[in-house]
Design a protein. Structure first.
Length: 132
């Protein structure tokens, strides 16, 4: 197998600067809650899709993907979480516990890196065994 050449210090610094900029943009974006009308439209659509699944006797289980620790409790994420629980209340719907975002790393704030994908997949499997 050929071995990939490691990044030079200059290339690594450039990559780190790009990542820092992406994260800064994500933090700024996630400080605002979503547009109420657009969110209500998505929730209405989601309700219809969930009903169609439930009509086919599909168990719907809600879960949250981990994101960058700095974004996990941003106003956007908190608002989405609250909206989901408002429209799909605990007791009527099953929710997996929220993952500890500090245990995962991302490539851009939202998408898990390979190691974190594997860690989350393992955690997710464990949680599914618990709720089943």
């Amino acid at each position: 197998k050929p071995v990939a050449n490691p990044l030079s210090d200059k290339e690594r610094a450039k990559e780190d600067a790009v990542f820092a900029k992406v994260m800064e943009m994500a933090r700024e974006e996630k400080q605002e809650i979503p547009d109420a009308a657009a969110l209500e439209e998505r929730v209405t659509e989601l309700k219809q899709l969930i009903k169609a699944l439930q009509d086919r006797e599909v168990d719907v289980i809600f879960f949250e993907m981990p994101i960058s620790d700095g974004l996990c409790e941003a106003p956007f994420a908190r608002h989405i979480r609250a909206t989901m629980h408002e429209h799909f209340p605990d007791g009527l719907y099953t929710y997996l516990p929220s993952p500890d975002c500090s245990q995962y790393t991302t490539t851009d704030g939202a998408h898990l890196d390979k190691g974190s994908v594997m860690k989350f997949a393992s955690w997710f499997g464990e949680q599914m065994h618990i709720v089943r």
